[in-house]
Design a protein around this ligand. Structure first.
Ligand SMILES: [Zn+2]
Length: 411
């Protein structure tokens, strides 16, 4: 297959960042009646652009396939709800948002965030491509349009009077196949002194914490501040501030404004992060080419742990059914031969099976009934929340295991 072109700058992609082999789509949970059917597997081969150093996957399936029956409902995570509320408490006074403002959230999910603006009487509009998730938001009284965002959607929204004072996008930028079209849309939709905030996992954390399991087909781009800034600058915007937030193992929240908006000065936080990335090698191709061998080491360590546990007759189960777990288990070839089942709080996942490896997903109380020796926490970013919630497994000597950055047992 001929190499693709960089999603940001159009350069031919020639350098491998990491190759995780063939894997099913991470959110394609399998229903019991589908267990005997074929499942499509696609390469999880990540490249780094030799020119702008954007780390990226080629697009193998259309977003319509990925999002038509998306199983992720934001409101099932307490910590994510708390994060969204804290954001609204911070951003509302900082940019003086009130009843005359307009807030648009892209990939607004089930209204987990916008509901906090609604409670303050601030007009909101959600843009959410997954119809089943958007229905839940509408049921909560949050105006939501079922659309993908890009230049065309932005033009339509402007015509409808939705030029925005604040545009929010949490965990969407990385999922955008046509990055330039998306950012062009942000530029169009933003009022002259408006602000865009976008959150996405920080590539620096992915590499330093070895979070290779956050690589999946739905996640097209993996951003450093240096690489994302180039995209916004190309479309007449500037990144004037940035925060490092703990979600998804370490994310960036970037603040963008029109390049010509003199009311926004570049803050120290943006300058400092840029120089930190440069100091740590994120401006050099060689730094990216060293990542693959770290990933292989983590795979061998997880398998060694599981093999020893099974030799000792221990029972291992999973906690959570996040997309990242599907990358990890498929890459490592871990099936019910190692992990009996997993559990998830979302009723939309219970009764299904993990894609590829076909590990069944139950409700969390299954763990009380079967009293396993080890609980492998797949959403390691929530490990403290999980360990606290499930401390009762210690009653029968159960232990928690976290697989990333490398396998670790919490007695
Ligand atoms: Zn590039």
């Amino acid at each position: 297959m001929a190499p693709s072109l960089c999603r940001s700058c159009g350069t031919k992609l020639e350098h491998t960042f990491v190759d995780l082999g063939m894997s099913p789509l991470a959110n394609s949970y399998v229903k019991p009646e589908q267990l005997n059917r074929m499942e499509p597997f696609y390469p999880l081969h990540v490249y780094v652009c030799g020119e702008c150093l954007l780390v990226q996957l080629e697009q193998f399936s259309s977003p319509a396939d990925i999002f038509s029956d998306y199983a992720y409902f934001s409101s099932f995570s307490d910590s994510w709800l708390a994060h969204a509320k804290a954001y609204v408490d911070m951003i509302t006074p900082r940019f003086s948002l009130d009843r005359n403002s307009k807030v648009v959230e892209i990939a607004s999910n089930d209204g987990y965030l916008l509901q906090n603006f609604v409670a303050r009487g601030i007009p909101v509009l959600g843009v959410e491509p997954a119809a089943n998730v958007a229905e839940v938001a509408k049921g909560k009284g949050i105006p939501t349009k079922v659309l993908f965002f890009g230049e065309k959607t932005a033009r339509d929204l402007v015509e409808d009077g939705w030029s925005a004072d604040l545009i929010i996008g949490n965990n969407v930028l990385a999922h955008v196949p046509d990055l330039n079209d998306f950012v062009k849309g942000l530029k169009l939709l933003l009022k002259p002194t408006g602000v865009v905030t976008m959150e996405f996992p920080h590539l620096l954390q992915l590499m330093e914490q070895n979070q290779f399991d956050t690589i999946y087909h739905e996640h097209f781009s993996y951003f450093s501040f240096l690489a994302v800034e180039q995209v916004f600058v190309r479309h007449g915007m500037k990144l004037f501030d940035v925060e490092e937030v703990p979600t998804h193992g370490g994310s960036l929240r970037i603040y963008a404004a029109h390049a010509e908006d003199s009311s926004k000065q570049i803050e120290d936080r943006a300058r400092d992060l840029k120089s930190r990335e440069q100091t740590n090698g994120y401006g050099l191709l060689d730094h990216y080419l060293s990542f693959g061998s770290k990933v292989e080491t983590a795979k061998r360590m997880l398998l060694s742990f599981l093999i020893s546990a099974k030799h000792e007759g221990k029972r291992v189960v999973g906690y959570g059914a996040p997309a990242k777990g599907n990358t990890l288990l498929n890459y490592c070839g871990v099936r019910t031969d190692f992990v009996d089942y997993t559990v998830d709080r979302s009723p939309h996942k219970q009764g299904h099976f993990l894609p590829g490896v076909h590990i069944p997903i139950y409700a969390p109380d299954q763990i009380c009934h079967t009293r396993p020796d080890y609980v492998l926490i797949l959403p390691w970013n929530l490990r403290e929340e999980v360990i606290q919630h499930m401390s009762y497994i210690r009653e029968w000597g159960g232990q928690f295991v976290v697989p990333i950055p490398e396998v670790k047992v919490y007695p």
